[in-house]
Design a protein around this ligand. Structure first.
Ligand code: NDP
Length: 418
């Protein structure tokens, strides 16, 4: 490593920028871009070696009706068509009476893992006998969450095989996502296990499985709503159900089915300042819970209704982590009327179901490209350097091309300029 990078983390952002500029040869304009995009406030303190603020577009999806309430949903994404599809899909589901969203529970689990265990029963018995002591030690490690009405709830034990044992702590983390408070409680439990059982622990950390924080969205759409005439509507409903079934049978399709769901889910999770790696990991683990990777949502025709449902693990929070540090999150919570993690979970799972409905309907009717193409052409126009004023004209010209690729876009833009 070059000496300039020694103690890089101790430098100010401006000093880091100067070192980088010299090292990789950033132009004055490039340096200016990095400098002017740097954030105010505490956001730079969230990470290490802060340089600037990487911006993603934020839009709002409209027309959401969940549990008889109307919602406007902030979404942060760089992908064209996601918000348009969400708004359009939400409108159709609202016409059908809206989405019903429910929660099964909202708890977080973490693990203290022991290695080289000779007799599993010895750990199992000890934990059963010392349940209240373990819970008390965990509670004392983070008393403020207990004051808020949450805290540790249960300790259980699993034999992982090969001498590994997991001591699992389940806790109510109230409005937080809870990673840090869980880790603090786990380390206290690990210490107790080491002191009392004289058994060394391998590691202590929360589980991102999120299977104690499941949210479900359901909707029932009159089949007649899906087409201009009865036959088309019936065909669309049947084809959506078939497409959903394929995601249960074929993992290759299930991945793409679920990616479409996560298009909406991630965009809301990011807008709400939450840890989207957690939600991604949890969702895909949940998709494979029965041994085969499957679609997370399911659609079926039931009489004269198309019925859809989606269940997702959603360990999200409305406080803690980055939620109060990133200035847009508080505003986004206000836009979405999100005042609790429960509301946020319901809204996110509803967005996932809407996004899936919109994608499947487009797929089995007009095909995905028809709706996407105009938005993709906007991205193409911008990527070749069209100004905001030039974009609409260039998009119109690109729509008339058989193969609207980058070279074509550049040529057309040049023609527009001269
Ligand atoms: P914090 O460490 O920020 O803890 C939550 C904070 O919110 C506490 O300070 C708590 O106060 C405060 N708070 C205020 N009101 C409430 C309330 N009603 N209910 C609960 N807490 C309240 O965040 P988390 O523990 O939630 O951890 C989330 C962060 O951890 C994320 O940034 C995530 O990226 C990161 N992380 C994720 C990991 C993962 O594997 N997914 C691993 C490690 C970290 P008080 O202290 O007074 O109780």
């Amino acid at each position: 490593m070059k000496p300039a990078f020694s103690h890089f983390y101790k430098r100010t952002p401006a000093e880091r920028l100067a070192i980088l500029a010299k090292t990789v040869g950033l132009s004055d304009d490039e340096q200016q871009t990095l400098a002017t995009r740097a954030a105010d406030g505490d956001a730079p303190l969230l990470i290490e070696n802060y340089l600037t603020a990487y911006q993603l577009p934020e839009g709002v999806a409209v027309n959401f009706r969940v549990n008889q309430h109307d919602f406007i949903v902030p979404m942060v994404t760089e992908e064209p068509s996601v918000i348009a599809a969400a708004s359009n899909g939400a409108k159709q589901l609202a016409q059908a009476g809206g989405i019903t969203a429910t929660l099964r529970s909202r708890l977080l689990t973490g693990q203290v893992v022991l290695s080289d265990v000779k007799v599993f029963a010895s750990i199992d018995d000890w934990v059963a006998l010392h349940q209240s002591e373990l819970l008390e030690v965990a509670a004392q490690a983070h008393p403020s969450i207990v004051k808020r009405g949450g805290g540790p709830r249960k300790v259980s034990v699993r034999d992982l095989g090969e001498g590994f044992v997991s001591v699992d702590l389940t806790a109510d983390v109230k409005a937080a996502m809870g990673a840090n408070m869980m880790n603090t409680m786990l380390e206290a439990i690990a210490q107790l296990i080491q002191n009392k059982l004289h058994h060394t622990t391998l590691f202590s950390i929360l589980s991102n499985a999120g299977d104690q924080s499941l949210a479900t969205a359901e909707v029932s759409i009159p089949v007649t709503q899906l087409g201009t005439d009865t036959a088309t509507a019936q065909q669309t409903a049947t084809r959506i159900a078939q497409a959903s079934r394929i995601a249960q049978l074929d993992p290759m399709r299930a991945v793409t089915h679920n990616k479409g769901i996560m298009n909406g889910v991630d965009a809301v999770v990011i807008a709400m300042g939450n840890d989207w790696r957690t939600i991604e990991s949890a969702a895909h683990a949940f998709a494979v819970q029965n041994g085969q990777y499957r679609g997370l949502s399911q659609w079926r025709v039931d009489g004269d209704q198309l019925v859809g449902s989606l269940t997702l693990p959603l360990p999200v929070g409305t406080v803690g982590g980055a939620t109060k540090v990133l200035p847009l999150v508080t505003i986004n919570q206000k836009i979405a009327q999100v005042d609790s993690p429960e509301t946020l979970m319901k809204l996110i799972v509803a967005v996932g179901l809407v996004q899936n409905f919109a994608a499947l309907k487009a797929l089995v009717t007009t095909g995905i490209q028809a709706g996407h193409m105009k938005m993709q052409l906007r991205s193409l126009a911008m990527s070749v350097g069209a100004t905001p004023e030039q974009v609409p004209t260039l998009v119109k010209l690109l729509q008339q091309q058989a193969d609207p690729n980058e070279a074509v876009a550049k040529r057309l833009l040049n023609q527009l300029k001269y």
